[in-house]
Design a protein around this ligand. Structure first.
Ligand code: HEM
Length: 431
């Protein structure tokens, strides 16, 4: 019974919107506006129940309980979406973001070597090439206004695609580039895209009933076939390049040589993983770059300091490389504060995978219950972050140690399911 679901469990809650209320459609999805109101209504409580239409959801607000859900009791909350979300008939749904349970664990352990700092270092030149091209084009705009969002999205897709399978997307000449067009339509954010993603996550029955798909068949077929062609070409020609396809093919070979391995990594699974890196990396990177530029534009004194740091780093080594990049502390703080103020992933969904207590509490959570961790709201809560609406990179200076364990800072999530591309993004965005 929706009315008594949370009260019967002794959980404070926001009542469901009545069915004939004019706001019923607004209660369908966890928009930032909805989440803001719900988080506010919790006012210092550890958790609060609410409803998306009629689906009960538990928002967890206390950092220690969040730590329990994401790390200590991870096994009981390891899923990020319901099983109905993954349709076996869609080959590209077999990627890490969409898998659960043993399948997820197995695959994650196979592909984690793709993202070690050593691999990133060897891949760094691919990002560098794209950025050099980007800077050449930028020079032509001297003194003229530029569309920063468009530029950030072009540089993101072009460097991710280059790291993924070595394609030069000619990012500055989008009219000629089929991949960029299809890629953009597949990965572009927007109102309907957001509605579809959230419908799939929170109301898979409605999503499946309406026969919606996450990506148009055209774009997922195009990406899958394209990546499979790249694999076949590399296998036939022996051509290598330190990109994701290369690294995954090496892992595929190693796995196939180990006795007693399960199915290893098929070409379809490689294609799905590369696709997921594009999906997971494109929009998040674009948003971060864009928001960083926006904040810098509003804070000219920080721009001067960052510029001085960049020039100093260039002075000693003469050029950018992975090491000089990693040494730029102020730039790192600017990105961290951007991700604090504007986290591209505003909440983390979790599904309880076995009936259990909410960590550290006496609240019993049934298997299948939807949980939500409100990243954006926590990052803006003055209890944890003084002057949350101010852009203050110095929060992250070593002396201030903002990222203490009890401060809920989690743009990349936390625990065994945290973003696999976190190191990659540090290398890419700082540059
Ligand atoms: C600023 C950029 C990025 C941000 C803020 C970000 C954030 C996140 C977050 C919050 C998650 C969800 C983790 C969870 O459910 O607990 C995630 C998952 C993931 N991210 Fe990222 N991400 C970024 C860039 C990237 C890039 C560049 C890649 C790959 C090249 C990537 C690959 C992935 C993958 C594969 C997952 C799924 C992990 C799993 O379920 O095991 N991300 N990311």
């Amino acid at each position: 019974n929706t009315c008594s679901y949370w009260s019967a469990r002794g959980v404070p809650y926001v009542p469901a919107t009545p069915l004939f209320d004019k706001n019923i459609l607004k209660s369908l999805l966890p928009t930032p506006e909805n989440l803001g109101k719900i988080y506010k209504s919790a006012e210092g409580k550890d958790y609060v129940g609410f409803f998306l239409l009629r689906t009960p959801v538990l928002m967890v607000c206390n950092p220690e309980i969040i730590n329990g859900v994401l790390r200590q009791d991870f096994q009981k909350f390891s899923a990020n979406r319901k099983p109905e979300c993954v349709r076996e008939d869609d080959p590209l749904s077999q990627h890490l973001l969409a898998l659960q349970g043993e399948k997820w664990k197995n695959l994650r352990s196979k592909i984690i070597p793709v993202f070690t700092s050593g691999k990133l270092k060897s891949m760094y030149y691919l990002i560098n090439e794209r950025v050099e091209e980007f800077l050449r084009v930028l020079d032509q705009y001297e003194g003229k206004p530029i569309d920063a969002e468009k530029f950030c999205s072009q540089i993101s897709i072009s460097s991710i695609v280059s790291c993924a399978f070595g394609l030069d997307t000619k990012c500055m000449d989008p009219a000629n580039d089929r991949f960029l067009k299809i890629g953009r339509s597949a990965f572009e954010a927007g109102f309907w895209k957001m509605v579809k993603v959230q419908l799939k996550m929170f109301h898979p029955a409605i999503f499946n009933f309406l026969r919606l798909t996450g990506y148009s068949k055209d774009s997922s077929d195009f990406c899958e076939n394209f990546i499979k062609d790249v694999i076949a070409h590399r296998r036939a020609s022996g051509y290598t390049r330190s990109d994701y396809v290369d690294i995954l093919m090496k892992i595929q070979k190693e796995l196939s040589e180990r006795p007693g391995q399960d199915n290893g990594l098929s070409d379809s699974l490689i294609a799905a993983q590369v696709f997921s890196f594009l999906v997971a990396g494109y929009e998040t990177t674009t948003t971060t770059l864009c928001c960083a530029l926006y904040e810098l534009a509003k804070h000219p004194q920080i721009v001067e300091q960052v510029r001085a740091e960049v020039l100093e780093s260039l002075g000693t080594s003469g050029c950018f490389n992975y090491e000089t990049l990693m040494g730029m502390e102020l730039l790192e703080r600017v990105i961290k504060e951007t991700l604090r103020k504007h986290p591209p992933v505003v909440f983390l969904p979790r599904i309880c995978t076995e009936t259990t207590y909410l960590p550290g509490t006496e609240v019993m959570i049934e298997k299948g219950t939807q949980l939500l961790i409100p990243v954006l709201n926590l990052h803006h809560d003055p209890i944890y972050v003084p002057q949350p609406d101010e852009f203050m990179p110095e929060r992250f200076s070593n002396q201030k140690q903002f990222a203490l364990p009890n401060v809920p800072y989690m743009p990349f999530s936390d625990g065994p399911r945290k973003c696999i591309g976190e190191h990659k993004i540090n290398g890419q965005t700082f540059k």
